[in-house]
Design a protein around this ligand. Sequence first.
Ligand SMILES: Cc1ncc(COP(=O)(O)O)c(C=O)c1O
Length: 377
Amino acid sequence: MIPVNEPSLGAREQEYVLECVRTGWVSSAGKFINEFEERWAAYCGRRYGIAVSNGTVALQLAVACTGLEPGDEVIMPTFTIISCALAVIYSGGVPVLVDCDPRTWCMDVAQVKEKLTPRTRAIMPVHIYGHPVEMDPLLDLADKYGLAIIEDAAEAHGAEYLSSRGVSESVFRRCGSFGALSCFSFYSNKLITTGEGGMVLTDDPILAEKAYGLRNLCFQPPRRFYHEALGFNFRITNLQAALGLAQVERIDEIVARKRWMGQEYTRRLKDIRGLQLPVEEPWARSVYWMYGVVLSEECGMDANQFAQQLRERGAETRPFFLGMHEQPVFQKRGLFLDERYPVAERLARQGLYLPSGLALTEGQLEQVCKAVHEVLA
Ligand SMILES: Cc1ncc(COP(=O)(O)O)c(C=O)c1O
């Protein structure tokens, strides 16, 4: 079976992790944490990096830093992982949903304006499957209405967006550079992995200070075990950061490999009727985190049936997200009742992603494409 994901870990990763074991710096102190934070923040063009134990808590930390009042609203796509909505709910806020763009599968930015209310405090764009959200209109809205942007770049390490805000000539800027607070995941299927891990980036020294404090139980120096605020234990270990640093050192090679993989899949699958492939908008440089495909209903199959047929031919896949408005846990809490988002609903039923891990060989990619051709012949 060709796995949907397999990380690529090398000699440098081994060397750095072994150094932690040899020296005993295995917990949440040690040189790799700072180095990893600095390197990743610099790569994304940010001043501060606050590394945490996973991407879900990175979002939770970012939302906590914005200081929501109970009932404050945060606009986000319905088509995303539950972590986005959880982060807002845990902070006492209310997630407000928009549908997605049928081409990029990212949030439909034109719908955001319609969802603004006097309670709106933030917008949470999520760069889906490695393709950036159209950021300029969101940044304009945020400026106009005094909202925070909490950027979820968990799936978009190294992806770029062509921004023309505040400059005479448009420039490509990396995902993770747009939010007042921007979040990453370093789970093992991400471009950069620390096993489990995440990071919050910001340029604001006050937000950074707040995030460092909240990450570590709000210990308040100089007295030990003294607290003036409620914090979390969201710390990352030196072991994880060691892995992360070795990975960041390879980021250019990793991004190039992912882009090659995306382009190669497209080249081999583009002539199949009834199969929608990922796009790369002219204003975007996608990293094809996971190579998603959407089956037309005319094929007479949904994504489940397609997945089963691919499995029988040796290719593992994953279904697309199920929208937040279709989640029983939120329905039970009275959220999103009777809300409909047709694009996300269709993607959830007709979409899946193909094996896209960094260890995928050209031969395996060819086998996957052969299986797709066979099933849809
Ligand atoms: C868009 C997005 N945000 C947040 C997360 C949460 O990250 P983690 O799995 O590290 O908690 C993920 C996880 O894959 C994700 O895809």
